[in-house]
Write a protein that binds this ligand. Structure first.
Ligand code: 1HE
Length: 266
């Protein structure tokens, strides 16, 4: 295990990073405030994803204590004016962009409250493992504020505009299990089992070629936003580049020579 002090950047006390093989685990470590995200944590998330160790091939992000995250630290909102509010939201956007469009795929392990900015953080990850205790909410509506961490952009793509409207207007919450049906939960696991599952998935992701992970993270979501014509062209380019990678050639050869794994039910 590599402790936070061996990362290329120093993290605030509210974030802890550990490396195991090619997987780095980032923990939100502010359980006394239910992992509410203050400016220091958001800056720390940005710095962490900007300076991942070279040998990291996947990241798991999780929360300590009873909850993944209570969202924005509401105590920081007291004196903020419009100009400061725009700058603050921009910092969240930049930090979470580094998760979604960073160098490696990110698995979020969720439990307890995954609310407000905590849900926006989870939405920036590529795979979400939810323990049965997890629940999703957007309490911004009832607090007289609005999402500011990219939720308007990412959540409608996961669950649709209508569901997000309902969550914000009526305060509706979704359980981890309900989240499976609507696209928030990718994997549902029993309480206490999330980190092991998230780690296992991250290890599988890390075993993919870097080119495939790049294509899935960087090309796929952008192709999905393109016109079909542009998307087909981009897909053709991406697939031909992936195939040309020597590692892909070696893996295909392994299969053809009966050494590669078969696809079986998991
Ligand atoms: C906080 C925060 C916070 C807890 N900011 N301090 N998010 C919310 O509206 C959710 C607000 N939080 C809650 O509803 C509850 O705290 C929980 C359901 C998450 C957890 O309940 P519980 O009973 O386990 O804890 P607690 O007693 O409410 O909180 C423990 C401490 O954490 C307490 O402080 P203490 O000094 O009295 O011990 C709480 O004040 C503190 N705490 N949540 C600040 N969010 C980029 S825009 C995004 C916009 C949003 O995210 S809005 C949604 C904000």
């Amino acid at each position: 295990m590599m402790a936070s002090d061996r990362l290329a950047v120093s993290l605030p006390d509210s974030l802890r990073a550990e490396q195991q093989g090619q997987v780095t685990v980032l923990r939100l470590s502010r359980a006394q405030k239910r992992n509410a995200l203050d400016d220091e944590m958001v800056a720390g998330i940005d710095a962490f994803f900007s300076h991942l160790p070279d040998n990291t091939a996947a990241v798991v992000i999780c929360g300590e204590g009873e909850h993944f995250s209570a969202g924005l630290d509401l105590s920081e909102l007291k004196e903020r004016d419009v100009r400061e509010g725009i700058a603050h939201s921009g910092r969240w956007h930049r930090a979470f962009e580094k998760i979604q469009y960073g160098r490696v795929p990110v698995v979020a392990v969720l439990h307890g409250a995954v609310v407000g900015g905590g849900l926006e953080l989870a939405a920036a990850a590529h795979v979400r493992v939810a323990e049965r205790s997890a629940y999703y909410a957007l309490p911004e509506g009832s607090r007289g504020i609005y999402v500011g961490g990219g939720g308007s952009v990412r959540l409608p793509r996961l669950i649709g505009v209508a569901r997000m409207m309902d969550m914000m207007l009526t305060g509706r919450t979704y359980s981890a299990e309900e989240g499976l049906a609507i696209g928030l939960t990718t994997y549902l696991v029993d309480s206490g089992k999330g980190l092991a599952k998230g780690f296992e998935l991250a290890q599988r992701i890390a075993a993919n070629t870097a080119m495939t992970n790049f294509a899935v993270m960087q090309a796929l979501p952008r192709i999905a936003e393109m016109t079909p014509d542009a998307g087909f062209a981009m897909e053709a380019l991406m697939s031909s580049m992936a195939q040309a990678d020597p590692e892909a050639k070696a893996r295909l050869k392994d299969f053809l020579e009966k050494r590669g794994p078969k696809v079986t039910r998991s």
